[in-house]
Write a protein that binds this ligand. Structure first.
Ligand code: AMP
Ligand code: GLY
Length: 430
């Protein structure tokens, strides 16, 4: 099979790395890719929003499967574009159509969906220009902290958690009337605050059956001990000790099954990945958010733990026979440490030469924000490299990731050195 992966981050490098191991793979293309994906396939220069350009490339190169890494092309309808054109109908797009992508593209949609199908989630109210006064009244009835979420895609920045009622009212006003997050915050979801530890659970589905992939915990804050600004993710660990059999059974029965059934009941044909962002509230899973794609940096630990052939699972989606495919999971722990540019997630410099990559032996280095300048690998983004390692437990895997990260240098490089602090108690086996 010929496969085209869309995207250019650590997630897409991990997807491409995994696909490159498949005996069923003929040619692997990545658009636009990065120097890491260039090691396992051929990078091609395509604009992910130019669907006709992607289609032309796919036809010219006999692509069978297109794997969509990020959410934007899905929310914009890349899958619909391929289904609607007769000459493209033989190409399978991994990722839902526009309607299904609303689980991520609209918080208002996903909250109403969860309420309708009794899927545990925080209580909420949707507010827009027309019912802004009701929004203020709703806030007055709530207790702090106040959670405000832009309805639409806001590059992970559309969630505000505020301690004072005054601030919450003020932010609600600017989100809606001054378009703080552009069109994305024309509607705002006010949510009850849930307290607990988070875990990301992933499934792959052909719309009828589904397979659960390894769960992971990501570390979103820039600073040690989960302090400071939110980032795209500073590292991830899989498996997650508190996501034990009992908890995962609840996730399956109370969250995954009702979601898959609910999508079918709505007449939404959903194929691809579903990412359940969950919070463990006293042993019970609640959905914080759905995403219509894999997570980053979670993918950099989830796919290394998938022993089965990922392309075979994609073929199961293409033929609607996912239920017959096998998912085997590596029992080892995988950890990834994200090396970032100094200053990230605020402003940072690019173009710093990265040294020491060839000295890494015990880890897999996934490229996230790198570029190739005349044969030199340089930084080109905030999140630069994800350093993934295996181990018999969290400590062993992390030790390897930190050891490898220590061998890689670029000016201003930073990584969190406390990953797993909330999962591993000193002296406790994981
Ligand atoms: P989201 O973009 O919906 O994943 O939200 C970003 C982050 O905000 C989440 O990862 C949580 O840490 C936090 N968050 C979102 N919703 C809530 C909630 N209802 N209660 C507590 N924390 C939340
Ligand atoms: N790591 C969270 C995300 O990919 O949205």
């Amino acid at each position: 099979m010929n496969v085209l992966v869309l995207g250019s981050g650590g997630r897409e490098h991990a997807i491409s790395w995994k696909l490159a191991q498949s005996s069923q793979l003929n040619k692997l293309f990545i658009a636009p890719g990065n120097p890491g994906t260039g090691l396992v396939g051929e990078n091609v220069d395509l604009d992910l929003k130019d669907f006709s350009g992607v289609a032309k490339f796919a036809l010219d190169n006999s692509v069978n499967i297109i794997v969509v890494g990020p959410e934007d092309p899905l929310v914009l309808g890349i899958h619909d574009y391929f289904s609607d054109r007769d000459d493209l109908s033989g190409i399978t797009v991994i990722g839902p159509k526009k309607e299904g992508a609303q689980i991520e593209g609209s918080k208002d949609f996903s909250k109403a969906f969860m309420m309708k199908y009794n899927i545990p989630t925080a209580k909420y109210k949707s507010v827009n220009k027309e019912n802004l006064e009701n929004g203020y009244a709703h806030l007055e009835k709530m207790k702090a902290p106040y959670v405000l979420k832009a309805d639409g895609l806001a590059a992970g920045k559309g969630v505000l958690i505020l301690d004072s009622l005054e601030e919450a009212k003020r932010e609600l006003t600017t989100m809606i009337t001054e378009a703080k997050f552009g069109a994305a915050s024309r509607t705002v979801v006010i949510e009850e605050f849930l307290s607990g530890i988070e875990v990301s659970v992933f499934v792959i589905t052909d719309g009828k059956s589904y397979k659960i992939l390894p769960e992971a915990k990501d570390y979103k804050r820039i600073g040690e001990g989960d302090t400071g600004l939110n980032t795209g993710g500073m590292g991830a660990i899989s498996p997650v000790p508190f996501a034990n059999r009992d908890f995962m059974d609840k996730v399956d029965n109370q969250v995954i099954i009702p979601t898959i059934k609910g999508l079918r009941a709505e007449g939404i044909e959903y194929s691809g990945f579903i990412f359940f962002g969950l919070i463990n509230v006293k042993g019970d899973p609640y959905v914080i958010e759905y995403n219509c794609r894999l997570g980053d940096p979670e993918t950099e630990v989830v796919l290394p733990r998938l022993k089965s052939d990922l392309l075979d699972l994609f073929d199961g989606i293409a033929s609607g026979t996912l239920s017959e495919r096998d998912v085997q999971i590596d029992p080892r722990t995988a950890t990834t440490v994200m090396m970032v540019s100094g200053g990230y997630p605020e402003s940072y410099e690019k173009g710093k030469t990265i040294k020491g990559l060839s000295g890494v032996e015990d880890s897999i280095v996934f490229h996230a924000g790198t570029s190739n300048k005349d044969g030199l690998i340089q930084t080109s983004g905030g999140r630069v490299l994800a350093v993934t390692s295996y181990g018999k437990d969290i400590e062993t895997a992390l030790k390897k990731s930190y050891n490898s990260a220590g061998k890689i240098q670029f000016d201003g490089s930073y990584y969190r050195s406390d990953l797993g602090f909330d999962l591993v108690k000193k002296g406790q086996k994981t």
